[in-house]
Structure formats: C-alpha cells, structure tokens
Design a protein around this ligand. Sequence first.
Ligand SMILES: NC(=O)c1ccc[n+]([C@@H]2O[C@H](COP(=O)([O-])OP(=O)(O)OC[C@H]3O[C@@H](n4cnc5c(N)ncnc54)[C@H](OP(=O)(O)O)[C@@H]3O)[C@@H](O)[C@H]2O)c1
Length: 266
Amino acid sequence: MTTTAAPDPAPVRSPLPQALAGSTAVLIGGTAGIGLATAELLAAAGARVVLAGRDPERLDGAVRRVRAAVPANGVEDGGDGPVLGVVADVRDERTVEEVFARAGAVDHVLLTAGGFEGAGPLADLTRAGAQAAFESRLWGALAVARSAAPRLAPGGSVTFSSGVLVTRPRPGLSALLGVAGGIEPLTRALAVELAPRRLRVNAVRFGIIDTALSRRAAGAEEARSTPVPLGRMGTPEEAASAVLFMMANTYVTGEILTVDGGFSIG
Ligand SMILES: NC(=O)c1ccc[n+]([C@@H]2O[C@H](COP(=O)([O-])OP(=O)(O)OC[C@H]3O[C@@H](n4cnc5c(N)ncnc54)[C@H](OP(=O)(O)O)[C@@H]3O)[C@@H](O)[C@H]2O)c1
C-alpha cells in the first residue's frame, strides 16, 4: 500500500517589516491608486515589484515613481531590477499569463484592477454591461488566481480588493455590486482550495479611499462626503499598509480585512 506523506506545515516568517524584504510581488492594477501606493511601500520594504496595468504611459510613470521608492541598498536581482512593468488587461488571460511569465518566481499577488463596469440604474442595465462587470471583477480574479497559484512559493499569498459598498450599497450599483460582492466568498473558497499548497488568499474591504477611482465614481461626491466616524477619507497609503499586512502575516488566510475609518459602523 502506498501512503502519501502529509505536506509540510505552512512556513513561519517574521512579521513586518522583515517578512517582505527580498520577496517578489505582482500588482495587477499597480499603476495608480491603492495598487501604486502598495508598490511604493513594498519597494521601500526591500521587495521586488512587478506592476501591471492597461495604459502603457501610466505604467511607465508608475515604474519611474516606484523606482524612486527603492532604498539605496534595495534589491537588485541582476535581471530586470527591482521594479518591472508589464502591460496587461485582467480581462485578457493571455496578458495575465504574460505578466507571470515575465515575473519569474513570485511570493505575493495583489489584484486592484477594475472600475465601474456594469454601474447604472436597473432600468438601463444590459446583459453586456453585467457581463463586463463579471469579466473584469470575477473572471479577472479567477484568471489571476489560476495563473498565480502554480508559481507561488509556500507561504505566498493572493490579496483581492473588495469594498464597503458591498455591505452598504448605494442605488444604481446593483449589477456591479452583485458581481463584485462575489470576491469575498471567492476569497474564502480559494483559501480553502489552496491551503494544502500552503498558499494564502485574503481580501481587503476598502472604505472610501482618496484615489482617481473614488473621484470619478457615479455618486462620487455623495460617497466622498459621507460622514465617516474618523472624519475623513482614507489615504492610498493607509489602504496599502493593510495589503502589506495580508502579504506579510503567514498565519492569515480566508480573511476579509475592513479598512474604512468606521464607515461600516457609523
Ligand atoms: N478607492 C476607493 O474608494 C475604493 C473603495 C472600495 C473598493 N475599491 C476597490 O479597490 C481597487 C483599487 O481601487 P483604486 O481606487 O486604487 O483604483 P484606481 O485608482 O482607479 O486604480 C486602478 C488601477 O487598476 C488598473 N486597471 C483598471 N482596470 C484594469 C484592467 N482591466 N486590467 C488591468 N489593470 C486595470 C488601472 O490602470 P489602467 O487603467 O491603466 O489599466 C490602475 O492602475 C478596485 O478594485 C476598487 O473597486 C476602491
């Protein structure tokens, strides 16, 4: 009779800031907003970062900005250096695969891509609009997880983006939130599925964070001026530091961490 050896337990690593030094993180949606702030914090912590987004000019600008955050004694891997940019669209699996092929060995992945596909009142909703939300939000997340999982080292992580409107919705977002709300159960389901490989899957549920996305959202002014117990919007850096926690803590998986200044309880 053949017996299968139990896999080794998940590795233990020091928490922040040491945990991320020398690691490689792929940030899909890393060229603006929360993704870009995460890239800057990671580079400053000594990680190698791979940024992906659709607009090549925005990508070039982001790579330059993140390079400026690399400490003088930062990682040099002899290849593309500590910051690499790859043009990709999360709705196109071929380009997602290309990001991971270019990245090489990967420890952590963050997905912040996605906009307001499918937003609008119910009366104006089309099947194509709802499908666009699905392609960008849920299929995008599944495609990223599928490309990432075989390449991640034990202890590695995938972090998805969720948002407080999933629990406190506003009118005109039913299709978008119906689809984007699926990120949270997807996070827990993938955490269970990938735990035997000692990979972790988490999500951050962001409150109103001061980025281009929250400025151009439908009902943006109302959302941005909604009273929040802590009295203001969040900064991209505050949102990003929650992502670094998810990446660094090797005992956190299947978790949805809310960073919203008390929006959910206010
Ligand atoms: N900001 C908030 O208040 C807030 C609140 C709750 C949840 N969230 C969620 O948090 C995530 C990040 O938000 P953010 O405010 O940082 O957004 P952002 O400032 O608009 O940045 C989005 C980033 O994703 C890229 N991107 C967008 N669509 C993409 C696609 N199809 N494929 C690849 N890259 C794509 C963008 O670059 P390109 O356009 O060049 O591709 C950009 O780099 C989003 O999922 C958002 O829904 C944000």
